[in-house]
Design a protein around this ligand. Structure first.
Ligand code: SF4
Length: 402
């Protein structure tokens, strides 16, 4: 192998992939477990430090392979303890990862694509167009990085009688539609839940989808992770406007495929229905009643997410009264309802606000910029593509760049 040949990055390989890699090298498959533990449980990237591996194999790996997490270019810490990391991926784009600490858990929100092709109307990522799918190493690398920064590679520590990790839950709810980057997301989920890697429970790893029905239909063959669905509207007419993929896969088909996936799981679990409440758009009493009727025979939990404003959107956050009325109607219809608390909004880390820095391959970001300027809206006229420099403008009182 010449000095300039590209090395194989082992970080994103699931156990079967890693076993096949070592077998192809003429090594025993158990080497895969050893290397996997070094990478994902101890955070080691240097083969020479993997002390239970023979010297000759270490030398071979040093020539042919590498353990390369993605580059983190910036880190922000919000007043409420949330972290946001700006991750530079091979395509040159930058995506965002968010860590949300709570008393009894730590949730990491991971991105799967640089930008997104789906353009949901309430989402800042969608306004940036699309650049690339993240590799499995770039996806699992976000969890690797969070563990590295938060002390997760150190022995787990007891907390209120329980042993918790820094990252106890993962949600695939960052930038991008995970099911449109299927293979890389599946390899990453497998690592998240593998006892030789992060060992997270399937109940604590959640894929969130806007409704890519053919991918949901094949999900059961690849994973048993939990599922959240971005519904955001109680009927097709409204959902067509808010989540445009609904024109291809309408609500009835979507709920059928979600129910099939959930039925295929061996344990009793229900999907989470995500519903972003947008003032005057989908937050009225009749919407809540229609939603309750739609989901009457569909076991699920409902998570209400008050819209988080961003500069390219005319949408507004609903009043506390509207949120509480909406919730009450659903609770009276006997649904389990949660309202997502806004976290990390002083560092642009709140739900729907993730933007990164996407090298747009579509014309979408340009189209939004032009439309905003033509509308003569001063705020819109000041549109600019988000860059990491925007994050530096965050008030030092409320957030600090680490
Ligand atoms: S909400 Fe998700 S699927 Fe929709 S545009 Fe944003 S990132 Fe894409």
């Amino acid at each position: 192998m010449s000095q300039t040949a590209v090395k194989t990055n082992l970080l994103g390989m699931s156990l079967p992939m890693l076993q096949a890699y070592f077998e192809a090298m003429g090594e025993k498959p158990f080497r895969a477990v050893q290397v996997m533990k070094w990478m994902h449980q101890r955070g080691v990237t240097d083969f020479s430090a993997m002390t239970d591996i023979s010297h000759s194999l270490q030398q071979k790996l040093l020539v042919e392979a590498e353990v390369r997490p993605p580059i983190i270019v910036e880190e922000f810490l919000a007043a409420d303890g949330c972290y946001k990391w700006i991750v530079e991926v091979a395509s040159g784009s930058r995506v965002e990862t968010v860590f949300i600490p709570e008393d009894d858990r730590g949730t990491l929100c991971i991105s799967s694509q640089a930008g997104c092709t789906l353009d949901c109307s309430f989402c800042a990522t969608g306004k940036q167009g699309f650049n690339s799918n993240l590799t499995a190493a770039e996806i699992i690398g976000q969890l690797w990085w969070a563990n590295h920064r938060l002390g997760g590679f150190a022995p787990a520590r007891p907390h209120a009688g329980k042993t918790i990790r820094s990252v106890s839950n993962v949600v695939m709810m960052g930038m991008g539609e995970p099911l449109l980057n299927f293979d890389n997301v599946m390899a990453s989920l497998s690592l998240m839940m593998d006892d030789n890697a992060y060992g997270l429970s399937k109940r604590r790893v959640t894929i969130s989808t806007a409704g890519v029905v053919p991918a949901i239909d094949k999900l059961r063959l690849h994973t048993d992770a939990s599922l959240a669905v971005s519904l955001h509207a109680p009927n097709d007419e409204l959902r067509n406007q808010i989540v445009p993929i609904n024109r291809k896969y309408p609500i009835k088909e979507l709920l059928r495929s979600v129910a099939d996936y959930i039925d295929s799981l061996p344990d009793k679990r229900v999907p989470v229905i995500e519903y972003t409440l947008i003032s005057g758009v989908n937050d009225q009493k009749q919407h809540a009643q229609e939603l309750a009727a739609l989901l009457r025979d569909f076991p699920c939990k409902i998570n209400l997410i008050p819209f988080n404003p961003f500069s390219q959107s005319d949408y507004r956050r609903p009043s506390n009264n509207a949120i509480s009325n909406f919730r009450q109607i659903l609770q009276e219809a006997r649904f389990t309802v949660t309202v997502r608390t806004t976290r990390g909004d002083d560092i642009g880390a709140a739900c729907g606000q993730l933007v990164g820095e996407v090298v747009d391959q579509t014309r979408r970001s340009e189209r939004y910029r032009r439309a905003s300027t033509e509308a003569g809206n001063p705020e819109k006229g000041n549109f600019r593509v988000f860059t990491s420099a925007d994050n530096l403008a965050v008030s030092v009182d409320s957030a600090r760049r680490v």
